[in-house]
Write a protein that binds this ligand. Sequence first.
Ligand code: WTA
Length: 645
Amino acid sequence: MTDSEIYPISGDWTNASLDAKKYAELCEAAASNPGGFWLDQATKRLDWIAEPTIAGDWSFAKADFHIKWFADGALNVAANCLDRHLAKNGDTVAIIWEPDVPTEDARYITYRELHAEVGRFANVLKGQGVGEGDRVTIYMPMIPEAAFAVLACARIGAIHSVVFGGFSADALAGRIEDCGSKVVVTADEGRRGGKRIKLKACVDEAATRAPTLEKVIVVKATGAEVAMTDRDVWYHDAAASVGADCPAERMAAEDPLFILYTSGSTGKPKGVLHSSAGYLLWADYTFKIAFDHEPGQVFWCAADIGWVTGHTYILYGPLSNGATTLMYEGLPNWPDASRIWQVVDRHKVHTLFTAPTALRALMKEGDDYVTRTDRSSLKLLGSVGEPINPEAWRWYHDVVGEGRAPIVDAWWQTETGGIMIAPLPGAVPMKPGSASKPLPGVSPQLVDDQGKALTGAAQGNLCITESWPGQMRGVWGDPERFFQTYFTTYEGKYFTGDGCRRDADGYYWITGRVDDVINVSGHRMGTAEVESALVLHEAVAEAAVVGMPHDVKGQGIYAYVTLNAGREGDDDLRKALVAWVRQEIGPIATPDKLQFAPALPKTRSGKIMRRILRKIAEGDVTSLGDTSTLADPAVVDDLVANRVG
Ligand code: WTA
């Protein structure tokens, strides 16, 4: 237990616009009059075409289930991120782009330039027949054109669906199909850590399985030769014949802004749907208060725009606030483990927001890679995506931040749109490994397995009892699945899928997922997805996948595979199956360990007992618990004997 290890509000954190008293006041204001509080935030923070007069209108109850925020308001999200900054801050740098190769020039794009680029991109989309409500799939490397494409969609009211550039052609095809995109935006190739990623070729392959796809807009990024068909349009050709002026569409507050596919405990990934106004307010509000952002500071969220963290904290949150956001094409440890700190020095980064998995990988390489850099610009640190172990936390705080920079350990989810629980710098003292306290306006509750609310110090399942503006609005194409997935486990509450402990000081300690979702290097992965990929292979009869502790990735993937009769589980087949999963989903789903199992432990009713599989994967074979309900307890002995260590 490290409940008593408290790091005080840093005395060096001098530009704090929040303090403990103000934080308490905001919490009180949001709790006592949520309607007034959120209307005030919405009108103060955003530029509206029609100002809303109502805030939240929602119910989590089955009979009357609905979630709406600011329903009579109208605005345009891109105009909030661009146009409103032009008069005063047109020449402020909006995006700093740092290339993969450190010796290449960086790009600096001002708000005025970004406004023009987005307008041009929007006109190109329109030229391809894209209009309000159409879905556009964006499969791009981390280059500025990815940001242009995203904001261009917002400008014309098209719904973007960004698919991480590391996903395979199959995974991409499934996502194009699910939301019925007619247009995909991609690049010839992407670059990461000195390697080339053949994005256009992947789209070509996906197209054979995605009949809705009509047009592919291709950005020239590396200049590699790519095959162009009638379906394909070079972005630079199309852009040459359009202007930069594109009016921002008037959008209703509740109109969808984007779809982002994420993994759940069952079935295929679901398209999490976010609204225009509520989401934007959440991005704007949480960026401002969680990072206490002031003009002139350079903010670096080292995520990929293929994930929600990139959506909210590379693009929408910073740009809505008129900040300077850094977009990095490459990897934190390439060409060597100093790169991330060199980028900090090169661009005088003030706030760095990254994932524990990156920190653990860098920590392993030794302090010298860090201490040989200056880092004096770095005043605030953030951590996101998975629980940060106290050892990595202390290294981040003491070595990277030299003890002067607070760490914002931000807990949230694709579904929540933005940060929900985090220690606000200057306002909440920190405990290493704890996401600490909810943001003003967020209502976490711990419940036991029966759904009974727990008070005081307790361990339970993390729910949120009141809606918040950034809450997801639905699962694309499957409204029933939204209610079923999140509101039926504990009636009348949003269930996060996370386990959590609250200590005696009211601090929240996320303990990890309690469902069949695993968190590999900060990436969410449904075990069911990896299983589905494995059973598609002709040699495989059955598969079960569980998470296992991994010292860098947080969790690794352990797969148990039963082969069809007559197949031999040798090393070649093991390699072939690992390669198969990479091809079906992408490298992030690569199984770390794969064990051939003549049979899986099942109950008499045929249900796989995952608890046992998890224990074996962890190497904790002495406390397998009750195995008497298994149809064939001997199965377990074989699994233990042949465990892949
Ligand atoms: C986990 C990423 C502990 C959690 C923003 C959640 C965390 C899932 C933290 C969402 C944190 C995220 N501490 N766990 N600070 N942040 N998680 O949708 O299990 O990719 O449910 O969103 O990541 O992952 P997602």
